[in-house]
Design a protein around this ligand. Structure first.
Ligand code: GLU
Length: 559
């Protein structure tokens, strides 16, 4: 065996050992193509060698396969390798029950960035026991989307994230007021009535503003009057270090006035906590032991530590992870919202958006997202995720379980001349080539079929094989050529999918860029249920989104 043959042999063995002694040629080819760029140049050769090796390997018993593998020095199975790679770093200083929280702002549905915090928190709770709190952080009335209160739990359920406790911060405004008052009493917070720019000038020079010297009593008096003041007239500041190297941390704002009705609690309150204040108070009160957050929150963690010190609270472990950049998705929630309002996007699940619901609609499986997030983990370095990566993970999940169907986009009706009567009839094709037990689909074949316009055009004056049916010649007319696969091979025929003209449904395929392709799909597609992800042969994986008046609408996932 040469080097390539040996490599393929090894993959075939691995695949067999992982699948009860039966290797699957397609899976083997997939792994080879995925891992060995140098072999992609000659796919035909790889295909041929793979099917030979798979045949050879499948003739051995599982025991023989294992012996062969160990002879080649391969001991670990592919699966074992994968789980090792997925291992998440341990949480630091675990001492007693682990309490974690996922704390999104309800400014819209969850997006792929949220999935990281949600999945990692979930995974740690699974690992350590303890609990996960869902805390909806809605203390900025201007950044609340009322629908988000419903969308967030829905998205978490899709992500298979379980939480044991749910808290909405707007139910707790009075608690924040109490702690603000307590902090004033401790002499660690003061009411500041300086115009913002004046305070900033002083702060940038590491100087105190005149309000900083007020006594707790004076501060309390002003604090009590805060609800009667206008927005911007006063804020409550936490005393930090005026010489702190980061000016943003110097005497940060804890409470402020917001003159806007809160979409959930109305106008009961005017004095709202800033995020850092409510987050720290809640993390303490809820006994959160480890806070997982992005490194864009580094300065916030620093700010919050002052509160812990002032109140003599135990500081939780802060774990900061790097930024997650998604290729092609630069859209923030506010940009997405604007696009929806302007009618550019159809809604939060428009395939162009990076929301969880958009990704789900496109047939990306929760497991793929989870696997991705666990792989990225909590490292501080930034990560860039490509769609290709997500598609690869998803394909691995779907390849084995998605049934296959023929759908022809841009269909052209073709009547095969000279087709022997004996070849007409129902053609049976496995729903999944690797699982004969999964059953067959029936395609009535009477010599009149729909083919993809592109397949026709690219094969002028050539022989074309209609999968599982016959070989045809594309001349001025389309004529019957031969029946067998061998004949097709001899003529170097391209093998294409087709849809019977006598029985089919209309199909619409919504692409990731929202463009729509129209076509026809084979009759067995009537058994596909909304939400199923299938493989449209030679087109790609797609999720059935809706059925209306005999028309099936799919969302395209990937090749
Ligand atoms: N609600 C805040 C956010 O989503 C909380 C962040 C945190 O403390 O982890 O940005």
């Amino acid at each position: 065996m040469d080097k390539t043959e040996k490599l393929i042999y090894q993959y075939a063995l691995l695949n067999a050992v992982n699948h009860k002694g039966q290797a699957h040629s397609k899976a083997v080819v997939g792994v080879i193509m995925g891992n060995h760029a140098e072999l992609r140049k000659d796919p035909k050769k790889i295909l041929k060698l793979s099917s030979e090796m798979v045949e050879k390997v499948n003739n051995m018993s599982l025991e023989e396969q294992k012996v062969e593998l160990s002879k080649l020095g391969v001991q670990e199975s592919k699966k074992e390798k994968k789980t090792q790679k997925k291992g998440l770093a341990d949480l630091p200083r675990v001492d007693g029950e682990v309490v974690l929280r996922f704390a999104p702002n309800p400014s819209g549905p969850l997006h792929i960035g949220h999935a990281r915090a949600a999945c990692l928190n979930q995974e740690y709770v699974k690992h350590y026991g303890g609990k996960l709190i869902l805390r909806v952080e809605d203390t900025d009335p201007r950044r609340v989307d009322p629908e988000a209160y419903q969308m967030i739990p829905e998205d978490l359920k899709w992500l298979k994230v379980d939480w044991q406790e749910e808290v909405i911060q707007s139910d707790r405004i009075k608690i924040y007021h109490q702690y603000a008052e307590e902090l004033i009493g401790l002499g660690q917070a003061y009411m500041c009535t300086c115009p913002g720019d004046e305070f900033k000038t002083l702060k940038d020079r590491c100087q105190a503003c005149p309000c900083r010297d007020q006594s707790p009593e004076e501060n309390l008096e002003l604090w009590k009057k805060m609800p009667e003041m206008r927005e911007g007239e006063a804020v409550l500041r936490v005393k930090t270090d005026l010489n702190h190297k980061n000016p943003a941390i110097r005497d940060w704002v804890a409470m402020r006035i917001v003159e806007k009705e809160h979409p959930r609690i109305g106008d009961d309150f005017k004095v709202y906590p800033m995020m850092n204040f409510s987050v720290a108070v809640d993390d303490h009160l809820m006994g959160v032991t480890h806070v997982l957050r992005g490194k864009d929150h580094l300065a916030n963690s620093e700010k919050q530590k002052y509160l812990y010190q002032h109140f003599s609270w135990k500081i939780p472990e802060f774990i900061h992870y790097g930024r997650l950049k998604m290729e092609d998705i630069a859209l923030s929630t506010s940009q997405a919202r604007k696009g929806i309002e302007d009618g550019v996007y159809q809604g939060w699940d428009d395939p162009r958006l990076g929301t969880i619901r958009a990704i789900a609609r496109r047939g990306i499986m929760q497991e793929a997202i989870q696997e991705l997030m666990l792989e990225i983990g909590v490292k501080i370095a930034d990560s860039t995720v490509s769609w290709k990566k997500i598609y690869g993970l998803n394909r691995n999940l779907l390849e084995d379980k998605s049934n296959r169907y023929f759908a022809v986009l841009n269909p052209v009706k073709v009547e095969i001349q000279g087709l022997p009567e004996s070849l007409k009839g129902n053609i049976e094709r496995l729903k999944h080539p690797d699982y004969p037990d999964g059953g067959v689909r029936e395609l009535p074949f009477d010599g009149v079929v729909y083919l993809d316009q592109e397949d026709l055009e690219n094969n002028r004056s050539k022989v074309l094989r209609l999968m599982d049916a016959v070989n045809i010649f594309i001349g001025d007319e389309v004529t019957y050529h031969s029946a067998s696969l061998e004949e097709a091979r001899k003529s170097d025929a391209r093998i294409v999918h087709w849809v019977p003209s006598s029985s089919n449904y209309q199909v619409e395929l919504v692409m990731p860029d929202a463009r729509i392709s129209n076509g026809l799909i084979e009759p067995a597609s009537h058994e596909i249920k909304v939400g199923d992800v299938v493989q449209l042969e030679r087109v790609g994986f797609a999720r059935l989104d809706s059925i209306k008046d005999d028309k099936l609408t799919f969302y395209y996932a990937h090749k």
